[in-house]
Design a protein around this ligand. Structure first.
Ligand SMILES: *Cc1c(COP(=O)(O)O)cnc(C)c1O
Length: 399
């Protein structure tokens, strides 16, 4: 039996974020231990046999079980409000595991057309193995309903999306999925459980790129799937055991410690992002600003209801002068990191049309609203005045 942390019934999320995991080892460490070991030793051959046969719960081999990884899984599950969680090597490994664990040839998936680029590519790749995917509007539930087939097993959504922060109605998509006996998966990367708990809104599984806000300081690649413990045990652990999409204990430890500050980081970064978004709306060289916290956002009310009244730390804006204008604003920065990554305490700036969405054709980009003048900022913990001054430098040249 793997023991549990003893906490009073009803312990709240902020406390769980710093304490859920495993009890300390015999040494009584206060910070969680990093168990860098590939395998675990058994007291005798008969015990080893029982453990390999799943008749006795114990750590056996770090491809499918490691104490540091378990601590991260238990803590994230507690924060998402699910009974189970399985950590993966990356966010993309989490989606691959979902497909391997739940789908077979002949099955059908409905997915938002605005999800992360590699997510779309991965679902398209699985057509080679007989899993078909229909891509539909992020914001129109009627399109999701119309795409349902008797073979539909999974609905996959992400909210808000990158870089336009489009919000989908999680409750409505859950109802559509359940009407068909399918499962709804939500990629909760942008909000994290600090702002949004998809399972409380009816979703069945929550997928994470731990690379972003869960780590929160741009150090590791990591991922996870949160959901019902029985489903994780019956479908995901066997798939993990054979496919080996495992998270390393070291990366799990970094994410585990990142979860302790997740809530205060996301609140602080989101506050700065909203302030920056409001300021950008007043700038003459800025044609449009996208942030769920702005009243001008098309799904503002829905976002506020789903995300605890907080818009998140990512915003985008369109500048005058197309690609040249956007490049001028990016190149005039002296503080922002020019990188497509997000979720870091260091504010980052990027040009989606030539980076994250560079593989699309110009027509596809236009249809998706990823125009050449679009700039995305993922707000970190930098002082807002320094980031405003950083952007002002380039924007003054365009006005
Ligand atoms: C980064 C990202 C992913 C992929 O995660 P990796 O950890 O890079 O594999 C998936 N979804 C969203 C929304 C992301 O931003």
């Amino acid at each position: 039996m793997i023991p549990k942390v003893v906490l009073p019934a009803g312990t709240r999320p902020d406390t769980l974020a710093v304490r859920e995991g495993l009890p300390p080892s015999q040494y009584g460490e206060n910070a969680e231990a990093l168990y860098l070991t590939s395998s675990f030793v058994h007291p005798d051959a008969a015990t080893a046999a029982r453990r390999f046969a799943n008749e006795e719960e114990a750590f056996v081999y770090s491809r499918f079980g490691n104490p540091t990884v378990t601590m991260m899984e238990r803590r994230l599950a507690a924060m998402e409000g699910t009974t189970g969680c399985i950590a993966t090597a990356s966010g993309m490994a989490a989606i691959t595991l979902i497909i391997l664990a739940l789908l077979k040839s002949g099955d059908h998936v409905v997915c938002s057309q605005s999800t992360f680029g590699s997510t779309i590519k991965l679902f398209q790749d699985f057509a080679r193995f007989g899993v078909q995917t229909t891509f539909v509007s992020q914001t129109d539930p009627a399109q999701w309903r119309a795409a349902i087939r008797p073979q539909t097993k999974l609905l996959f959504a992400e909210s808000p999306t990158n870089p336009l922060t489009e919000v989908c109605d999680i409750r409505a998509l859950a109802d559509i999925a359940h009407g068909q006996g399918a499962l709804l998966v939500v990629d909760n990367c942008f909000c994290s459980p600090a702002l949004q708990k998809p399972v409380a809104l009816g979703a069945d599984l929550v997928m994470h790129s731990g690379t972003k806000y869960l780590d929160g300081q741009g150090r590791v690649i990591a991922g996870a799937v949160c959901g019902p413990e029985e489903l994780i045990n019956e479908r995901f652990i066997p798939a993990m055991r054979s496919a080996g999409l495992s998270l390393s204990p070291f990366n799990a430890w970094v994410v585990l410690k990142g979860l302790e500050t997740l809530s205060i980081r996301l609140q602080a970064q989101s506050m700065r992002a909203l302030e920056l978004a409001r300021w950008l709306e007043t700038q003459p060289a800025v044609e449009r600003v996208y942030h769920p916290g702005l009243t001008s956002h098309p799904q503002h009310a829905l976002a506020m209801a789903q995300q605890g009244g907080v818009g998140g730390a990512v915003l985008s804006f369109v500048v005058r002068g197309g690609r040249e204008g956007a490049f001028a604003v990016i190149d005039a920065t002296q503080v922002c990191s020019i990188t497509a990554n997000l979720g870091d305490t260091k504010t980052s700036i990027t040009h989606p049309a030539s980076t994250s969405h560079g593989r699309l054709s110009e027509a596809q980009r236009q249809a998706a609203g990823i125009v050449q003048g679009l700039v995305r900022v993922a707000m970190g913990l930098d002082d807002i005045a320094d980031i405003q001054a950083d952007l002002q430098r380039g924007l003054s040249g365009l006005a």
